[in-house]
Structures are given as structure tokens and as C-alpha cells.
Unconditional design. Sequence first.
Length: 151
Amino acid sequence: MIKVLFICHGNICRSPMAEFVMKDLVRKAGLEDRFLIASKAARRDELGNDTHYGTKAKLRQMSVPFAKRRATLLDRSDYDAYDYLIGMDEENMRDMLRLFGGDPNGKIYKLLRFADEDRDVADPWYTGNFDETYEDVLKGCTALLRMIGKK
């Protein structure tokens, strides 16, 4: 079982978008039984809240299934529980490295690195641009699935 955890600031915009996009890609590839995919927050701001309405609207527009959920907080035990811990931006990366005390097993990645891009996924909470965020998330998740599929 390949365990993937997506992380963003509040776990209401980017990381749940990545979670649901990745689940959809895995389902379409017929690999659901090989993956466990989830998302969590690096910060406490939105804990308990459902996915942002802008993320839900974009997922509906793109026919990506999603479910009601609650933002949950990243925990130190997540490092051992997951194979891939994937942040959306540099702040998420710093938060993970601080919480986990580094990355001794090489499990922490920034999403767009899988697509050979060294940049952040813009936070639509601030930009309001869920289209741009979706394109970045799709690009990163598609590249991640392609990379894992070669292993």
C-alpha cells in the first residue's frame, strides 16, 4: 500500500484539492487498492472546517468526486505512517521539517517538484484563483502518479 499525505496551511483549499484529484487519478488508473490518500493542515486556523467552497466548485466543474470532510492537523506520527508527505509551498515544507525534526527517510516533497518545477502551488485563499491552483495540483498529482507507477 502506497500512503500519500498532502499538506497545506489550513487543509481546506489546496491539500484537499490534491487529495481528491489524486484519488480520482488513481481510480481512473484502476489502482485504488494500491493507495491510501489523505490530507492534513500544517496550521490550526481551519481545524474542523469542511473543504473551501471555491475548491468544491472547481472540483465539481472538473467532475472530480469529493466528500464532506473536516480539516485535521498534521501530527508527528504522520511521518512514520505515510510514504509521501507532500507540501504545497515553502511554508508547508518548513512546518513539516520542524515538526518531524528533519526528513531522515526522504519522504517530504513539494508537489510541483514531481513535475520538475521548483515553485509553490498558489494559495487560492489569498489569490481567489482556484483555476490556477487546480492546474498546478493536476500537474503535480499526474507527475507523482507517473513516478510512483514506474517503481
